[in-house]
Design a protein around this ligand. Structure first.
Ligand code: AMP
Length: 290
């Protein structure tokens, strides 16, 4: 049975208040829709840990820059309801842009440091747009566990920090990246790829694996790790590198030496799509480390 679709903020709030009032634990899975198995892994995890699972589908204009793919971003609400319900969603919240935002948005949320560089450098305003819409969704949902994918690693850290800094009664839960057999991370934007581009897109994962191999071989110079990653992307004529980075896993700060827990991050253009991915790795422990 497809779950009910709610379009009004007021109704969404009331429904979730009532669920909590009846003693049920609420899980929240924010998405932009066009649901795939990556999204559904979040829904399944939420359903395993919570009694009520609200999936939100909202293509947030605030996180798209001028000239980006806001208009052509894939949309399939009917399909999303079926898939989300089958994965355990009990409610689907799909507000219109007018329902979410006043004509003029005067208040936005920006997370310093974590929300700068990497994706924000490539897409100015993007992470502020994400932090703002997620802050609104948290305010509308109330106390809950909220499930986010490691696929968007910088976004995950930004959202977690925003929730802590603004005292939301929300526990942010990180979920592992779901991949295709060749390593390509599932993404709604993979739908933009032709068969040849789809094959080329697997280079992002190979680039991350090369970076992880360098880190695990105790290469401590971040520039060497970065070039090992960049070289792999350069070997694929169908891909154009945006950035290949190795950063501190918890803060995403640049490193002088590759030690401890790090995150390898890559962004590249493949045909009409801009794709991102990341992977964790552990270098030798730093001075004073274990
Ligand atoms: P999006 O609809 O792209 O905004 O993504 C909604 C949520 O699903 C975010 O928390 C993403 O990190 C997560 N997500 C997207 N793709 C994947 C994937 N391949 N594996 C796990 N989570 C994902």
């Amino acid at each position: 049975m497809p779950c009910p679709v709610i379009e009004s903020v007021e109704v969404f709030r009331k429904v979730l208040d009532a669920e909590r009032g009846a003693g049920r634990r609420v899980g929240l899975v924010p998405t932009m829709g066009a649901l795939h198995d990556g999204h559904l892994s979040l829904v399944r995890r939420a359903a395993a840990e919570c009694d009520t699972v609200a999936v939100t589908v909202f293509v947030n204009p605030l996180q798209f820059g001028p000239g980006e793919d806001l208009e052509r971003y894939p949309r399939d609400l009917d399909g999303d309801v079926v898939l989300a319900s089958a994965a355990g969603a009990t409610h689907l919240f799909a507000p219109s842009v007018a329902e979410m935002y006043a004509d003029e948005v005067l208040t936005t949320v920006r997370v310093a440091r974590l929300g700068e560089g990497l994706e924000e450098a490539a897409r100015p305003g993007h992470l502020g747009g994400v932090a703002t819409v997620v802050a609104k969704l948290f305010a509308m949902t109330g106390p809950c566990r909220a499930y986010f994918g490691e696929k968007d690693y910088q976004q995950l850290l930004v959202v977690r920090r925003m929730a802590a800094d603004l005292s939301y009664p929300v526990e942010v839960v990180a979920c592992p990246t779901v991949r295709e057999a060749d390593g390509l991370a599932l993404s709604s934007r993979n739908a933009y790829l032709s068969p040849d581009e789809r094959r080329a897109a697997a280079v992002l994962y190979r680039c991350l694996v090369a970076g992880r191999a360098a880190v695990e071989a105790e290469e401590e110079d971040p520039a060497v790790v970065r070039s090992a990653m960049a070289e792999i992307v350069a070997s694929e004529p169908g891909a154009r590198l945006d950035y290949a980075e190795v950063r501190a896993a918890g803060t995403l700060e640049p490193l002088d030496r590759v030690v401890g827990d790090v995150r390898l991050l890559v962004a590249a253009r493949v045909g009409p799509a801009r794709l991102i991915d990341n992977l964790g790795a552990r270098g030798p422990s730093g001075p004073g480390g274990t």
